[in-house]
Design a binder for this molecule. Structure first.
Ligand code: FMN
Length: 156
C-alpha cells in the first residue's frame, strides 16, 4: 500500500482545509492518505511514508503555527535521517507581512532538505492578499503536481 501523509500546520484551519480538499486527489492517484493535525516526528520516521505533503501557514513574524512547533523542533533537535523522504510543500501566508512572507513554509523546506529529504517540484506559496480561499490555488497545483511528478500509488 502506498502511503501519503499530509502534515498540517495551522492556526485558523486554512491549511487543514487545503489538506482535506486535496486528499481525494491523492486517493484517486492510488494513495492511502492520512492527515496529521498534531504531527509528531514519529509520524514521519516510523515508518517513513512513500510521500509526504506539508500544508503549513505562518504566524507571528515568520513562525510555525503552534501545533507544528513540536514537530519542527524535534527535527532540529534529533536530526533524523530523511534521505529516503520525498515531499511536496504548500505554504500559506500573506505578502502584507513583507520579509516574513511564508516564513514558516520556507524554513521548513530548508530544514527538511538539511536532513536529506528531496522536494519534488516547486514549493507552492499561497498569498492571502491574492487568494481568498487557499484551496482555489492548492487544488490545481496538486493536480499538476501529481501529473508532472507522475505520482502513482498502488491502491486498486
Ligand atoms: C497574528 C498573525 C501573524 C501572521 N504572520 C504572518 C507572517 O509572518 N508571514 C506570512 O506570510 N503570513 C502571516 N500571517 C498570515 C497567515 O499565515 C495567513 O492568513 C494564512 O492563510 C493562515 O492560514 P491558517 O488558516 O492555516 O492558519 C499571519 C497571520 C496572523 C493572524
Amino acid at each position: 500500500m502506498s502511503m501519503l501523509k499530509i502534515f498540517v500546520g495551522t492556526m485558523y484551519g486554512g491549511a487543514l482545509d487545503v489538506a482535506e480538499q486535496v486528499k481525494p486527489l491523492f486517493e484517486e492517484a492510488g494513495f492511502d492518505v492520512e492527515i496529521l493535525e498534531q504531527p509528531e516526528l514519529a509520524d514521519l520516521t516510523e515508518p517513513m511514508p512513500e510521500l509526504a505533503l506539508f500544508c503549513v501557514s505562518t504566524t507571528g513574524s515568520g513562525d510555525y503555527p503552534g501545533n507544528f512547533v513540536p514537530f519542527a523542533r524535534a527535527i532540529e533537535e534529533l536530526g533524523p535521517d530523511l534521505g529516503a523522504l520525498r515531499y511536496g510543500l504548500i505554504a500559506l501566508g500573506d505578502s502584507s507581512y513583507g520579509d516574513t512572507f511564508c516564513g514558516s513554509g520556507r524554513a521548513l523546506d530548508t530544514l527538511l532538505r538539511e536532513y536529506g529529504a528531496t522536494r519534488l517540484g516547486e514549493r507552492l506559496e499561497v498569498d492571502a492578499m491574492e487568494t481568498f480561499m487557499a484551496d482555489d490555488a492548492a487544488i490545481p497545483w496538486v493536480e499538476e503536481w501529481i501529473e508532472s511528478q507522475q505520482l502513482k500509488g498502488d491502491k486498486t
